[in-house]
Write a protein that binds this ligand. Structure first.
Ligand code: FES
Length: 118
């Protein structure tokens, strides 16, 4: 498991990008937490910088939309799904479960505001 941040640091409508290899984005969508691979499967855009609407995140580059629950794109130009990762909250800390704990060091995180282009 990889620590993400304190739950209070990830309010509704916000996202956190974990600088892992590959990067992972964690979203708070209306109080539900989801983690997906951060890189859009169309080109090289960061989905944590996209726009969140319900359980969908829209890529900031060409507007493909991904369902955070399944990772599947809901519209073109993306055709491939992003991987999803389980998320849990333990003692107020958000954790993401990755297939292997390749990156065991504390990741650098950045909280992105909804729709931010930073
Ligand atoms: S890079 Fe995401 S839709 Fe093109």
């Amino acid at each position: 498991m990889i620590p993400v941040c304190r739950l209070e640091d990830l309010p509704e409508g916000e996202s956190v990008r974990l600088d892992l290899e590959p990067p992972i984005a964690v979203f708070n969508a209306d109080g539900e937490l989801y983690a997906i691979d951060d890189t859009c499967t169309h080109q090289d855009a960061s989905l944590s910088e996209g726009w969140l609407e319900g359980c969908l995140v829209e890529c900031p580059l060409h507007a493909a939309s991904f369902d955070l629950r399944t990772g599947r794109p809901t519209c073109l130009p993306a055709r491939k799904a992003v991987r999803t990762h389980p998320v849990s909250v333990l003692d107020g800390t958000v954790w993401v479960h990755v297939e292997s704990d390749r990156a065991v060091q504390a990741p650098h995180t950045a909280v992105a505001g909804q729709g931010s282009a930073a």
